[in-house]
Design a protein around this ligand. Structure first.
Ligand code: SAM
Length: 269
């Protein structure tokens, strides 16, 4: 439960405007709890791609970053952007939620590493065409928008020809299972092909949280339609001996099936 009060799942639609309103409200209300729960794992100036604890320092999915103009999409408190800034990248980070960006400002004060922060929706980016060499996201923005094809077009628009786009999301196959780290989370409860959004409503029936599902094929087609070339889909395996457990994540689930998909793409030069 967040400061929005109790919410409950409800089978209703959520277009782009409804999804944006719900998620802005959700992430504003949940920002303190989210960072109380995940802040230590994310770090103040660290770059973790996913709950499987894959770090950019090891994976190097972004390639050379020094001197590159980089955009972080759905940055939350922006630890990844500060990690890149400390490695010489020229980074701008944006998020829909003022509450999440307040945590980014607090972390900048704590670390002394500041990056420009912008409040924006991924579907309407306030940046000029071809402004960045590289864009990335760690679980930000993309799963929360109804118009994910439009969001990808916006990311493509602000990248220069040849620019790279790398983003992590919950692996599409997890959609079939309940968010439970234990044995219940190993039982299929819905179809992989059901694209109805997951919507939670507040006590007045107003959407308070929305997440949208795309199959693996949907993501590939949307990326190609936005002009991207897909280079790789990384499915990080659960590291041996790693005991992380929260939400839907646990060693029991992680050793059987993937929890994260990281799409690595570029625009033709
Ligand atoms: C799971 S958090 C991830 C944040 C950060 N990357 C991290 O790893 O902590 C998802 C973030 O996406 C942001 N978000 C949701 N919808 C968005 C949108 N339409 N445009 C931009 N950001 C959005 C939320 O405000 C939230 O900060």
């Amino acid at each position: 439960m967040t400061s929005l009060g109790p919410t409950r799942p409800r089978m209703i639609g959520a277009d782009q405007a409804r999804s944006r309103a719900a998620n802005r409200r959700w992430w504003d209300a949940d920002a303190d709890d989210y960072h109380a729960e995940h802040g230590a794992f994310l770090g103040d100036a660290d770059f973790v791609w996913c709950p499987e604890n894959l770090r950019e320092a090891d994976a190097r999915l972004l390639g050379e970053v020094e001197g590159r103009r980089v955009l972080e999409v759905g940055c939350g408190s922006a630890p990844c952007a500060r990690w890149l800034r400390a490695r010489g990248a020229d980074v701008v980070a944006f998020d829909l939620s003022a509450g999440m960006l307040r945590h980014a400002r607090d972390a900048a004060d704590r670390t002394g590493v500041a990056v420009p922060l912008v409040q924006a929706d991924v579907c309407e980016l306030p940046f000029t065409d071809a402004a960045f060499d590289l864009a990335f996201s760690a679980f930000g923005a993309i799963p929360f928008v109804a118009d994910s094809a439009g969001a990808l077009r916006e990311v493509a628009r602000v990248l220069r020809p040849g620019g790279r786009w790398v983003f992590s999301v919950t692996h599409p196959m997890r959609w079939m299972f309940p968010d439970d780290p234990g044995p219940r989370g190993l039982t299929v409860i819905q179809s992989y092909f059901d694209r109805s959004p997951y919507v939670e409503v507040d006590q007045d029936g107003v959407p308070a949280y929305v997440e949208h599902h795309r199959t693996l094929g949907d993501r590939v087609r949307e990326l190609r339609a936005a002009g991207f070339v897909l280079d790789d889909v990384v499915e990080p395996e659960w590291p041996e001996g790693f005991e992380g457990r929260w939400g839907q994540w646990s060693p029991e689930r992680g050793e059987i099936f993937p929890g994260t998909a990281i799409f690595c793409c570029h625009l033709p030069g």
